[in-house]
Design a protein around this ligand. Structure first.
Ligand SMILES: Cc1ncc(COP(=O)(O)O)c(C=O)c1O
Length: 363
């Protein structure tokens, strides 16, 4: 609290990111869903060839080279550069969606619908941008019931698919049902983890059919580029133009020159992306099997993390014991999800380290 902060700043309840160990401290870091593998080797070439004189100049406002790479990646679904918005991490892209599409409570009685358990940043954006949120309960097994989002008044809908921290995916059929059933509001599908579904599926395939659909994606997970902060949205030109208006009222140059080049190179290297996501999926399947053998209940994961409940110890206690051993996982000290740990999938070696530590704790 401070007398110099305005009322809203004093009242904010900000998002709490997973802890970041100090540089040089060696830990097994399985707490923020980063990729255990480096980005595409093409990124090395970009960094080696940066002309520092170029850095005098502002970057391209629209991150045009990234838009073109994204349009190329999803070209078969009719996506063009004009359908792509690029921002400083998908967190920023989500924030701009909130400001562009969801109505302030002064102007409406309607609320933005989000799942009761989901990315905890969503209610934070609502608070910051004065939007009312309605949390729609998940089913007991943590799945989302698409019908709960039909016939319910709203000023927008935001769903992470796969959901976080549950790791569970909703089918494309259900997503389409929600988008089709809400033609007067924007439906935001946050696909931060979509690359890790066994059978790749994306709502981008629906964008050309539904002008009210916006799909948000990130370079932070499957592309191993969390450090450069690049995310993007794909939607109708009408939605993208609205986001540009908000961006140009806040920060016209959200993505720096180096980040734009690295992001475009990584997106263009589809073979490396496929290899990385498959390695992570394979490690996940093995880790799930081992965790189950150790008495965990594990949600069916389509993400680069698992949501797992230990049977013999409280989740918070296990989190603390692993931390003492230099293994960081994520524990949310909240009702219901507080029984679970969210564990990022690391390399095979890191997961072996985790499993051995759990075995020792259990013994
Ligand atoms: C569901 C979800 N969406 C978006 C993000 C933000 O990703 P970034 O800002 O790194 O693109 C995260 C980060 O963990 C996430 O879990």
């Amino acid at each position: 609290m401070s007398k110099f902060w305005n009322k809203k700043t004093n009242e904010l309840l900000p998002y709490v990111a997973g802890e970041q160990p100090k540089d040089g401290v060696k830990v097994i870091k399985l707490n923020t869903n980063e990729n255990p593998y480096p980005p595409s080797p093409k990124c090395r070439g970009i960094l080696d060839n940066i002309d520092i004189a170029e850095l005098r100049l502002y970057p391209n406002t629209d991150s045009q080279i990234v838009r073109e790479s994204v349009a190329n990646k999803f070209g078969e679904y009719g996506i063009k550069a004009e359908n792509v918005f690029v921002g400083n991490g998908s967190d920023e892209v989500l924030a701009i969606c909130w400001q562009s599409f969801f109505e302030e409570k002064n102007n409406t009685d309607k609320k933005v619908l989000v799942p009761s358990i989901s990315y905890s940043f969503y209610p934070v954006y609502s608070q910051l941008y004065d939007v009312e949120t309605e949390k729609i309960p998940l089913k007991d097994d943590f799945t989302i019931n698409a019908d709960d989002y039909i016939g319910r008044e709203n000023c927008g809908i935001a769903i992470a698919n796969p959901n976080a921290p549950t790791s569970i995916a909703l089918s494309l059929t259900d997503i389409e049902k929600i988008v089709k059933g809400n033609p007067d509001s924007v439906v935001l599908i946050d696909e931060a983890y979509a690359a890790f579904k066994n059978e790749y599926e994306t709502a981008v395939t629906l964008v050309n059919k539904y002008p009210n659909l916006i799909v948000v994606k990130t370079l932070s997970k499957a592309y191993g580029l969390a450090g450069i902060r690049v995310g993007y949205a794909i939607g109708s030109k009408e939605l993208i133009d609205g986001m540009m208006r908000v961006r140009d009222s806040f920060n016209s140059y959200p993505v720096d020159r180096i980040a734009q080049k690295l992001a475009a190179a990584a997106i263009d290297d589809d073979a490396y992306y496929q290899e990385c996501r498959m390695k992570i999926i394979n490690t996940r399947e093995r880790a799930v099997k081992e965790l189950k053998e150790l008495g965990f209940t594990v949600c069916e994961s389509s993400a680069n993390f698992v949501f797992a409940k230990p049977s013999w110890i409280k989740a918070g206690e296990l989190y603390a014991k692993l931390k003492e051993r230099g293994i960081l996982v994520r524990f949310f000290d909240k009702p219901v999800i507080g029984d679970y740990l969210r564990i990022t999938i690391g390399t095979d070696e890191e997961m072996n380290g985790l499993i051995s530590a759990i075995k020792e704790e259990r013994a």
